[in-house]
Design a protein around this ligand. Structure first.
Ligand SMILES: O=C1C[C@@](O)(C(=O)O)C[C@@H](O)[C@@H]1O
Length: 314
């Protein structure tokens, strides 16, 4: 998997502008390349102080990469960048070194936003881990595959997100808490699911998405192209999702199993599979949250799962 890493304006002064604290951009890039190598990822890293260069890079690299990490820095409110990310249609993660001071427009076109707490490089590494976990890669036909993390069946239910992450050595420093500060509209994940590993299918992605949207608008809840009534057993309903969450809370399902189930369901819904009428958006949103729920940055506690149960019951 190849990823494009975009560093926005003034990040060339990283470490310099902060005084002696914090590493430089060259340190960040070295850390990124090291982690990428551990994870078997290839990176193309570009820093620019010019919005146009970032836009041109996105357009030029769109067919060569499978995903994007972007720290827009001072360009967080850039509609051109947001639109370029949408046009490119690849899964993108917005990465910030520190908690966001303002709402990010660019983040609206990203699947996730991760931020650090003290300016360290961990959010970038976390974003690499997230891509490497395969969460954005479409499920291949055939036997069920997990999201790439080992099963954490024995984890205490209310344990905070572990500091460890994929591919990390035992003696490396613990990562600070990273937050999923925003769960983007399902359309971002739609692009992600369609795009994973196949960046060269922009046309197909766009039309598939449009079709699904149109079906949603027309209130059609049958599978694409289906003329006959879909058996009720195939219908994704709030009750089905509630049952799965309950199974997970009762220990009948591991967190990884729930996430893998949610991911398969979410992808099916994106392809036009039937969903409970009038609740499609809520179901998509819930499945998205559950899909990402085993990742450190977006882990769901039991309390959050109970909240989700309640929302699915309203
Ligand atoms: O340059 C930066 C760094 C930053 O993008 C971050 O990563 O925390 C936050 C921006 O507000 C600022 O302009």
């Amino acid at each position: 998997m190849k990823l494009l890493v975009l560093h926005g304006p003034n990040l060339n002064l990283l470490g310099v502008r902060e005084g002696t604290s914090g590493g430089r951009l060259s340190d960040l890039d070295a850390a990124l390349n090291e982690r990428a190598e551990e994870l078997g990822l290839e990176l193309k890293v570009v820093q620019s102080n010019h919005e146009g260069v970032l836009l041109d890079t996105l357009a030029a690299e769109r067919e060569a990469v499978d995903g994007i990490l972007i720290n827009p820095a001072g360009l967080f409110a850039s509609y051109p960048l947001k639109e370029a990310l949408e046009a490119v249609g690849l899964p993108a993660i917005e990465v910030l070194l520190k908690p966001p001071a303002r709402e990010s427009v660019v983040g609206e076109a990203c699947v996730l936003q991760v931020h650090g707490t003290h300016g360290g490089f961990e959010p970038y590494l976390q974003a690499l881990d997230t891509f490497a976990s395969g969460v954005f890669t479409p499920e291949p036909a055939g036997p069920k595959k997990s999201l790439g993390r080992k099963k954490d069946k024995d984890e205490p239910a209310l344990k905070p997100a572990p500091a460890k992450s994929l591919g990390r050595g035992k003696d490396e420093p613990a990562a600070p808490t990273l937050s999923l500060v925003k769960s983007t509209p399902a359309k971002s994940l739609a692009r992600a699911a369609e795009a994973g590993g196949a960046a060269k299918t922009l046309g197909r992605k766009a039309s598939a998405q449009k079709e699904t949207k149109e079906e949603a608008r027309s209130g059609k809840t049958l599978g694409r192209g289906s003329k006959s009534l879909t058996p009720a057993a195939d219908l994704l309903t709030r009750a089905v999702v509630r049952r799965k969450i309950s199974d997970r809370l009762a220990g009948r399902m591991t967190p990884a199993e729930l996430a893998a189930w949610a991911r398969t369901q979410w992808q099916a819904v994106q392809r036009g599979a039937p969903a409970e009428s009038g609740h499609r958006e809520l179901l998509e949103e819930s499945l998205q949250g559950l899909t990402l729920s085993t990742l450190p940055a977006s882990r769901l506690s039991d309390e959050q799962l109970v909240d989700m149960l309640t929302r699915l019951d309203e």
